[in-house]
Ligand binder design. Structure first.
Ligand SMILES: [Zn+2]
Length: 285
């Protein structure tokens, strides 16, 4: 996902993150015609969590969502307040099962949060009944309520589909395929994954090309992950935000080795996020 996806160039992007295969799909859409898709595949699970040296220019991790499932958990507070059913209506939704935008008539719900934000949850019509759709919508609405406000602020909608496909961020949206959720829960990284994706949605458009961020990228010994290093304009911010949050606000949930590795690898990036004074409520009061 990159900031250009939100420009007037009509580019749209879907970011994704997966456990066994690291797969990223990016779609560039010109007016009227879908143009470009790229898939990066590759990393085995066994290689995802092994730390390396910060000073050898090799990132210490392969993907940051995998290194600690306790950064945010289902025990953390959600500011989700209530769901309002709006019936069904036509919507354009990206669906990874067909790798393109589809026209659907999803079940629609507005999710309200106690900090004043609202997300329209669009549940694919394949779920058939409004009762079933409401249960699904509420499950995700509650999860989104654990996202800090700074990551929820640009999330206007959420697309929810059947199937086991990667989550995605960007497009003022969070994309979910519900069977993938079980996998993330099993790995205890559902919340960490949503933080990564919502960083794409809410922070990438503002900061991914910010001169201070670029300066931080250039001055650090290395990037925090291979995924970040391989996609500096698209993944570095999302890869880094999660561990910046962890080290500043969930330090007691990290190991001493993780703390040392992060601090040695990306001091300038950590300082960049320190300077933003982001609203991290409800995770930080
Ligand atoms: Zn990403």
């Amino acid at each position: 996902m990159c900031a250009r996806s939100f420009s007037t160039h009509h580019l749209l992007g879907i970011d994704s993150y997966k456990q066994v295969k690291h797969s990223t799909l990016r779609i560039q859409r010109k007016p009227l015609v879908m143009k470009f898709a790229r898939i990066v595949l590759g990393l085995s699970l066994t290689s995802l969590c092994s730390p390396g040296l910060a000073d050898d220019k090799k990132p210490p991790y392969h993907g940051t969502i995998f290194i600690n499932g306790d950064i945010v958990t289902e025990k953390d507070e959600s500011v989700f307040e209530r769901l309002e059913a709006k019936g069904t209506d036509k919507r354009r939704m990206f669906d990874r099962r067909v790798d393109k935008f589809i026209e659907n008539e999803p079940f629609l719900f507005d999710a309200y949060y106690s900090d004043g934000l609202k997300i329209e949850i669009q549940v694919n019509s394949e779920f058939e009944s409004s009762d079933k759709a409401a249960v699904i919508a509420e499950e995700y609405a509650k999860e989104y309520g654990r996202l800090p406000k700074c990551l929820r602020v640009n999330v206007r909608t959420s697309w929810i589909h059947p199937g086991k496909q990667l989550f995605g961020g960007g497009n003022e949206n969070l994309l979910v395929h519900v069977e993938q959720t079980a996998e993330y829960r099993k790995q205890r990284i559902l919340e960490e994954t949503l933080i990564h994706e919502a960083t794409h949605t809410s922070l990438d458009p503002i900061y991914t090309r910010h001169p201070d961020w670029v300066k931080a990228q250039q001055s650090d010994p290395t990037a925090i992950s291979t995924y970040a290093k391989d996609h500096p304009n698209r993944e570095d911010l999302a890869e880094t935000f999660l561990l910046w949050f962890a080290i500043r606000h969930r330090r007691d949930r990290l190991t001493a080795e993780q703390i040392e590795t992060i601090e040695k690898s990306i001091p300038a990036r950590l300082a960049f996020f320190d300077g933003l004074q982001l609203n991290l409520s409800p995770l930080v009061k």
